[in-house]
Write a new protein. Structure first.
Length: 132
């Protein structure tokens, strides 16, 4: 595992302590797991995601990631309806390790309470929590 200083945390994203990130794109939230989370998990071998159309509350489990080390739950950083699932992950789960903020994204959500985004962590705050 890499030290936190060697991991990437893009400034344009928001983060939650359960290690998911959010990027707002024209009112739709793209969600995935952080570089830290994929590094801790090791090689991802399976990703379970919800179906499009499912509505979930902030903090609810929306799926899981299985690695050679463990199975970890994925949690909603904000409430909303799933509008798209990254289908590429079913045949190429390693994208989560290779590109956690790019091709390894997990779901796109139409937020039902956009103000929840304000309560999420900025990159510097998330990085500090990891060091603590």
């Amino acid at each position: 595992m890499k030290p936190v200083s060697e991991l990437s945390f893009p400034e344009d994203l928001r983060y939650v302590e359960s290690h998911e990130w959010v990027r707002l794109e024209e009112g739709i939230a793209r969600i995935g797991i952080t570089d830290y989370a994929q590094d801790q998990l090791g090689d991802v071998v399976f990703v379970e995601l919800p179906e499009a159309g499912k509505t979930l509350a902030r903090g609810a489990a929306f799926g899981s990631v299985e690695s050679v080390k463990a199975v970890s739950e994925l949690y909603m950083p904000l409430s909303g309806r799933v509008v798209e699932v990254n289908a590429a992950l079913s045949s190429s789960p390693e994208l989560v390790n290779q590109s956690p903020y790019g091709e390894g994204w997990m779901i796109r959500v139409e937020p039902s309470a956009p103000a929840e985004l304000e309560g999420l962590l900025a990159a510097a705050d998330y990085r500090e929590r990891l060091k603590g």
